[in-house]
Ligand binder design. Structure first.
Ligand code: ADP
Ligand code: MG
Length: 256
């Protein structure tokens, strides 16, 4: 579904991505992207989402070339939006944070506002239904009317994932979703990802916690100094000489 060809990106004299090509297969529910700190994982995601422009290479999603689309248009193709610029608003309620997501809905156009009030109300109630369904899944229903600012750090991260889900994406990119959240919430996150994956949503996941990668990811890609050095199962990655060397040569480590 996602296809990257020959992606390169440099910041000044720092070659951060070097000729990265990969394909995500729709039959693989969760693909992991791992690699030492600074190996270019977040940069790769930022290029795919359109937050950074690559120096070379192309990004295709389900055969559509995305390179000339700004980030906000990319989410209308079914790729997730991570809303880097429009962060969660702490004074709005949890529910409002979900329903305020710009989905390609009827209410956006003035003409349809004028001619189709009834349809817009219908759209709004559908949006609310979807928001409540997501809150249920995230175990946040009881907090629907609380200001988002009152949530714990971990709950806020779940809400951010909820905001991504509102656009009903087919592929979601998650960059270290478990960073800084407690073990109980990590377990609910795992259940949520597994449930959504079963329903057909696909994930591309950067994650440091190796037991979690082994548990969740059907396939793992490894970046080292901006190059893809491995593509296979998590089990095989752990035993791969090049992967082990990449981690040993860095200040990161593989949690086992
Ligand atoms: N906006 C930026 N400007 C300059 N350098 C950057 C920028 N973003 C990332 N880098 C550099 O790119 C390299 C890879 O960073 P990153 O993609 O964040 O790695 P990872 O997510 O794998 O830890 C690092 O050396 C980092 O300093
Ligand atoms: Mg990163």
């Amino acid at each position: 579904m996602l296809e990257l060809n020959g992606l390169s990106k440099r910041f000044g004299g720092n070659q951060v991505l070097q000729d990265v090509s990969l394909k995500l297969d729709p039959d693989t529910p969760i693909t992991g992207l791992i690699g030492p700190n600074g190996s270019g994982k977040s940069t790769l995601f930022n290029v795919v989402m359109g937050f950074y422009v690559q120096d070379q290479g192309t990004v295709h999603f389900e055969k559509q070339q995305l390179d000339n689309l700004p980030p906000e248009k990319r989410c209308h193709t079914g790729l997730s939006c991570t809303f880097q610029d429009s962060r969660m608003l702490s004074f709005m309620t949890v529910l409002e944070n979900l329903t305020a997501i710009p989905t390609p809905q009827l209410g956006e156009s003035l003409i349809s506002t004028f001619f189709a009030r009834g349809r817009i109300r219908l759209e709004e109630s559908k949006l609310k239904d979807r928001a409540y369904e997501i809150l249920e899944l995230l175990h946040l229903t009881a907090l629907a009317d609380k200001p988002a600012g009152s949530l714990s750090y971990g709950q806020r991260k779940l809400l951010e994932i909820g905001r991504v889900m509102m656009t009903n994406p087919r592929l979601v990119l998650l960059d270290e979703p478990t960073a800084g959240i407690n073990p109980t919430l990590i377990q609910s996150l795992v259940t949520i990802l597994e449930t959504l994956a079963q329903r057909g949503m696909r994930f591309f996941l950067v994650e440091h916690n190796m037991p979690l990668v082994s548990q969740l990811c059907d396939r793992v890609l490894v970046l080292d100094a901006g190059k893809l050095i491995f593509n296979g199962t998590a089990e095989a990655a752990r035993n791969d000489k090049q992967v082990i060397e990449a981690y040993l040569g860095s200040d990161s480590y593989v949690n086992t």
